[in-house]
Design a protein around this ligand. Structure first.
Ligand code: HMG
Ligand code: MG
Length: 304
């Protein structure tokens, strides 16, 4: 095994946000709250629990205020909120978000479709978000979307990903999560992109956020670990997709990621079976197939 593979990986669970944002059917606040609580009880210590965007754009996240108000919080767990602008940041801080996530893109067309402005304008919009977070003493994480491919522009130049990542760090983000929004990457294109970004941003400030549209997410995570990445985003039961990236399927499933890490002997501090049960709980409630292969396999041989 390459010596750059970290001994410990931190998982950022994005199922309650990136997963549920894409569901068309109504989902009750109670269900969202129970999902977040189950994930925290399984030992996950960073959970993106909702987003504070324009509810007309993403109706499913309209109730995020209530989720943050109602959920029982576990000490030591960071409950993050996705916020596109100051209005979103203020809403999130009011209900006690313990971390904010801002999101830019490496593609102009995607930036316009997703947040209705150019990449440069989005970075300017984040300045007051950073100031509000600083005043509140809350850390901010940055996303870059479309780091490999864009649904509107095709292949994305790794140099642009590197530039936007650097700009997010310069704004004050403690970490940048690199999103393969449409899941088109393979280990070759993902490592090419990572190498470009790592020339601008320290590897320990980078995370990967890989959608599994083409079944490459686990291979891409393994390649990223070999480059020294120690933070990985995932969604329980492989929920999700992005409403502004047609054909994008869910993130890598948290259960599949944990199974990989266990096999590699990498520490993560999370109870895999409890996550699998949370995955079964939410997919049964939504009436959709459990998208985690590891979750389905484990539950089929478990007595609980
Ligand atoms: P806009 O329409 O240009 O905003 O949208 P505006 O500033 O002109 O305001 C228009 C209206 O929106 C106003 O209301 C504002 O009050 C309201 P009106 O006067 O018309 O009644 N508004 C808000 N309401 C509540 N909360 C807010 C907010 N902001 C404005 N925060 C905006 C700009 C960014 C708001 C809009 O484009 C938007 O909400 N976009 C969200 C898109 C989104 O959530 N996409 C999915 C998440 S990104 C993702 O999934 C990718 C990721 O997972 C990484 C990866 O996979 O690569 C992160
Ligand atoms: Mg995503």
């Amino acid at each position: 095994m390459s010596s750059r593979i970290p001994g410990k990986v931190r998982i950022v669970e994005v199922g309650p946000r990136d997963g549920l944002q894409n569901e068309k059917q109504p989902i009750s606040t109670e269900l969202k709250v129970e999902l977040v609580e189950r994930l925290a009880n399984a030992g996950i210590n960073t959970i993106e629990a909702g987003s504070f965007v324009n509810p007309k754009w993403v109706p499913q996240m309209a109730g995020s205020d209530e989720v943050f108000r109602q959920m029982q919080r576990k000490p030591g767990v960071r409950y993050a909120a996705l916020t596109p602008n100051l209005q979103g940041a203020q809403r999130a801080l009011e209900v006690g978000a313990t971390e904010l996530s801002i999101f830019a893109a490496a593609s102009e067309a995607f930036s316009q479709k997703n947040i209705n402005c150019s990449i440069e304008q989005s970075l300017q919009r984040f300045e007051p978000v950073m100031a509000a977070a600083k005043t509140a003493g809350v850390a901010v994480r940055g996303y870059v979307s479309c780091v490999v491919g864009c649904p509107y522009e095709g292949a994305v130049d790794p140099a642009v990903v590197a530039r936007v990542s650097r700009q997010l760090i310069d704004l004050g983000c403690y970490e940048v999560s690199l999103g393969d929004t449409t899941g088109v990457g393979t280990p070759t294109s993902v490592t090419r992109m990572l190498d470009a970004v790592a020339s601008e941003v320290a590897i320990d400030q980078l995370a990967v956020h890989l959608h599994d549209t083409y079944g490459q997410a686990i291979a891409n995570i393994y390649a990223s670990l070999q480059r020294g990445v120690g933070v990985v985003d995932s969604a329980v039961a492989g929920l999700g997709g992005c409403p502004y990236a047609r054909g994008a399927s869910g993130n890598v499933a948290t259960e599949d990621l944990l199974y990989l890490l266990d096999g590699l002997g990498i520490e993560h501090g999370i109870d895999l079976l409890a996550v699998a049960q949370a995955g079964q709980f939410i997919t049964a409630a939504l009436g959709r197939e459990n998208g985690s292969r590891a979750g389905r396999a484990l539950l089929s041989i478990s007595d609980t």
